[in-house]
Design a protein around this ligand. Structure first.
Ligand code: IPM
Ligand code: MN
Length: 356
């Protein structure tokens, strides 16, 4: 028998509510001989208010020892902007070298998209996760006058760009359409843009079966809305990826459905799975948060740990649930979690019966 040793960071706002449902679904779908051991970490706004700490070294060390991390959401209006984002969320992504921020978009039911007409949306964004403008390089020259100067330096290393790009080619190879689009802004950001473009072209030679394409990020936003079906795998830098994946979420069912994995493909450190959405303090405690993005993040977690069938079951359960939801009354966080868990568990039993 096997044990999954999972670290859980419920975090702020709706984080704890959606994580509870994600864990419910995870438990429902695991094979009987696999045990789930969870360790909850008290990190986020409350902790910061109590102790002034965001992520102490001992906890970072202890997080390192788990198989994976499930995170709800980080950030609260009562904490100055950036404190928790940098001191906790980005610290984890950087410390655990989550260089692939994987963000799939699939339109599971046509009615979920605000776009007109029936659409085929099934693409995945490989957002580089450890570099770009997120490194914190830069500063401000506070002159005490109205002439302050602030810079944010986008850091792009050949090593960092290449490993993200390679991962994207590998993912493109594993998908039927085998298409990879680089998104950047190499007509303006000529230094980083050249590096990305050159690395992208060089690695392409090793993947003759992958058809490649380049789009400037502004044009990519147009196509994400007018022709989302043209995308298969997208690779892009950390900030463009952040922005594009919110847009991708909006066109493929809303931010309530968008899942992500902060992945360390080399497996030097635990990967971390979280919904793309934030802590939504405005609806925290109302039971209205949609836990679906967290459930789909659990599917990514399962796939990362080698539970492909179980991952697919969660995704199927979500798709079935969404189809039904079109006709259902508005449900609570818990009701949605229960519905997905029940479907996922039901299909687990059907699969077991089929193989028995
Ligand atoms: C996300 C979030 C984070 C990001 C913030 C909270 C630091 O927007 O996961 O997309 O910018 O990466
Ligand atoms: Mn974001």
């Amino acid at each position: 028998s096997r044990t999954i040793d999972l670290a859980v960071i419920p975090g702020d706002g709706i984080g704890p509510e959606v994580v509870a449902e994600g864990l419910k679904v995870l438990t429902a779908v695991l094979p009987p001989d696999v045990k789930l051991k969870t360790t909850e970490y008290d990190l986020g706004a409350d902790r910061w208010h109590r102790t002034g700490e965001t992520l102490p070294d001992e906890e970072l060390e202890s997080l390192k020892r788990h198989d994976a991390i499930l995170l709800g959401a980080i950030g609260h209006p009562s904490v100055p902007s950036g404190v928790l984002e940098r001191g906790l969320l980005l610290k984890l992504r950087f410390a655990f070298d989550h260089y692939v921020n994987l963000r799939p978009s699939r339109l599971l039911t046509a009615a979920a998209s605000p776009l007109a007409g029936s659409r085929e949306i099934d693409f995945v964004v490989v957002r580089e996760g450890t570099e770009g403008p997120y490194t914190g390089n830069g500063g401000s020259l506070r002159t005490g006058t109205r002439h302050e100067i602030a810079t944010e330096v986008s850091v792009n290393t050949e090593y960092g760009v290449e490993r993200a790009v390679r991962d994207a080619y590998e993912r493109a190879m594993s998908r039927p359409r085998r298409k990879l689009t680089l998104v950047h802004k190499n007509n303006v950001l000529v230094h980083a843009g050249r590096l990305w473009t050159e690395v992208f072209a060089r690695v392409a030679e090793e993947y003759p079966d992958v058809s490649t394409d380049y789009l400037h990020v502004d044009a990519a936003t147009i196509f994400l809305v007018t022709q989302p079906e043209r995308f298969d795998v997208i690779v892009t830098d950390n900030l463009f990826g952040d922005i594009l994946t919110d847009l991708a979420a909006a066109v493929s069912g809303g931010i309530g459905l968008a899942a992500s994995g902060n992945i360390n493909p080399a497996r030097d450190f635990p990967s971390m799975f979280e919904p793309v959405h934030g802590s939504a303090p405005d609806i925290a405690g109302t039971g209205r948060a949609d836990p679906t993005a967290t459930c789909l993040s659990v599917a990514l977690l399962l796939r990362h740990l080698g539970f492909e069938d179980e991952a697919a079951r969660v995704e199927d359960a979500v798709a079935e649930d969404l189809a039904e939801r079109e006709t259902a009354q508005a449900r609570s966080t818990e009701e949605t979690g229960d519905a997905i868990a029940a479907r996922a568990a039901g299909s687990a039993r059907r699969d077991a019966a089929r193989t028995a």
